[in-house]
Design a binder for this molecule. Structure first.
Ligand code: F6R
Length: 267
C-alpha cells in the first residue's frame, strides 16, 4: 500500500515533498528526477528552493509534452519547466530532457526517450500530479499498465482543464507525448501529490480502487515505494483516511522527514 500523508494544505504538502527531494539530492547530487509540470508541484519547487542546495548536477526527465505547439511556446512543458523549475532551482538546462524535444521523428521519439532514461541509470524519484480523469503523465483512461513513452490523444476533459493556460480551448493541442505507465513504474520511488476537492474522486480511486487501465493512476499500487501527499480536500473521499493519519502520527522516528530541513543541509 502506498504511504498516504494527509497535510493541512498545499504549502505543507510542498514542504514535505521538497524534504524528500532534498534528502535524495543531498545523498546523490546527480540524482535523476522525474518532473511533472502543471500547477500541483509548484509549492514543492518553491519549498525546495528555500534549501539553497546546489542542484546543478541533478538530471531531469519531464513526464510529458504537448505535440504540435510551436517551439518556444510559453505553455510547452519545456518552457514551463525552464520557468518554474530549471531557472528558479538552478538546474542545468542541458541536463533536463523533455520527450520529443530531440529534433528527431516524433513517431519514434518515445523509444529514444526510453533509451535516454535508461542511459541515465533510470529515474530515482518521479514527481506526479493527477488529473481529474485519473491520468498520471498524460496517460488517459485506457492506457496500458505496461505502456512506455509514446504519442497519445488527450481527452476533452483534460483539454478543458488545461485551457486555463491558453487563450482559448482551440489552442490546447489534441496530442501529447508522455512517459507510459510502465515507464513511471520503473522509477525507484514515486511521489504523487494532489491538492483540492477537484482531485478527491480520482485520488481515492487511484489509491483505494481496483488497479485498472480505466484509472491510470491506480497503477501506482503496483509500485513498492510510493508516497502520496494530499491536502484535506483531496483526501476527502479516502475511505481509510483515519488509518493513514494514525500511521503517519505513529511513524517510527527514523521515518520523520520533517527534521530534514536542518539535517540535510547540516545547519
Ligand atoms: C503534467 C502531468 C499531468 C498533471 C495533471 C495535473 O506534467 O503529467 O498529469 O500532473 O494533469 O495537473 P495540475 O497539476 O495542473 O492539476
Amino acid at each position: 500500500m502506498a504511504e498516504v500523508v494527509i497535510v493541512p494544505d498545499e504549502r505543507a504538502g510542498g514542504r514535505l515533498a521538497a524534504a524528500r527531494i532534498a534528502r535524495l539530492v543531498t545523498a546523490k547530487p546527480d540524482a535523476v528526477l522525474g518532473l511533472a509540470t502543471g500547477a500541483t508541484p509548484l509549492s514543492t519547487w518553491a519549498a525546495l528552493a528555500e534549501y539553497g542546495l546546489d542542484l546543478s548536477r541533478v538530471r531531469g526527465f519531464a513526464l510529458d509534452e504537448y505535440v504540435g505547439l510551436p517551439a518556444g511556446h510559453p505553455e510547452s512543458y519545456r518552457e514551463v519547466l525552464m520557468r518554474t523549475v530549471v531557472k528558479p532551482l538552478g538546474l542545468s538546462p542541458d541536463l533536463v530532457h523533455v520527450p520529443g524535444d530531440d529534433g528527431g521523428d516524433i513517431a519514434t521519439a518515445g523509444q529514444r526517450y526510453e533509451e535516454a532514461i535508461r542511459a541515465a541509470g533510470g529515474v530515482d524519484l518521479q514527481v506526479l500530479g493527477i488529473g481529474r480523469t485519473g491520468h498520471i503523465g498524460f496517460n488517459e483512461p485506457g492506457s496500458s499498465l505496461a505502456s512506455l513513452t509514446r504519442v497519445k490523444t488527450l481527452t476533452e476533459q483534460t483539454r478543458r482543464d488545461n485551457a486555463r493556460f491558453f487563450a482559448s480551448l482551440d489552442e490546447v493541442p489534441r496530442h501529447c507525448i508522455t512517459q507510459g505507465l510502465g515507464t513511471i513504474l520503473r522509477a525507484r520511488e514515486l511521489l504523487l501529490l494532489a491538492w483540492g476537492e477537484a482531485k478527491a474522486e480520482a485520488l481515492a480511486a487511484a489509491v483505494e480502487g481496483p488497479v485498472t487501465a480505466s484509472l491510470p493512476a491506480s497503477a501506482i499500487q503496483l509500485h513498492p515505494e510510493v508516497t502520496v501527499i494530499v491536502d484535506e480536500a483531496a483526501a476527502s473521499r479516502l475511505r481509510f483516511a483515519d488509518y493513514y493519519r494514525y500511521a503517519w502520527e505513529n511513524r517510527p522516528d527514523w521515518a520523520r522527514d520533517e527534521d530534514l530541513p536542518s539535517s540535510v543541509t547540516g545547519a
